[in-house]
Design a protein around this ligand. Structure first.
Ligand SMILES: [Zn+2]
Length: 76
């Protein structure tokens, strides 16, 4: 019997560590943004590893967000 793609978590050693999309809140100049970040996330401890490809999927959104904050900052 083959298991679905789960691995042992490198942080807590438990198994529910698999590729999934998780809502993640980042901050830029104290402005929060919530993004759907794909990556290897652990359901047990909440730690995760975001690979290069996973990072690319949110990179553009993040760049746009940063540009908006920088533009808004210049108005004051
Ligand atoms: Zn874990």
């Amino acid at each position: 019997m083959k298991k679905i793609k789960t691995q042992d978590c490198p942080f807590c050693g438990k198994e529910p560590y698999h590729h999934q999309t998780k809502l993640m809140t980042l901050r830029y100049k104290s402005n929060p943004i919530t993004m759907k970040q794909p990556g290897y996330w652990c359901d047990a401890c909440g730690e995760g590893v975001i690979g290069g490809e996973d990072r690319k999927t949110t990179q553009k959104e993040l760049q746009t967000f940063r540009a908006e904050i920088d533009t808004a900052g210049q108005l004051f």
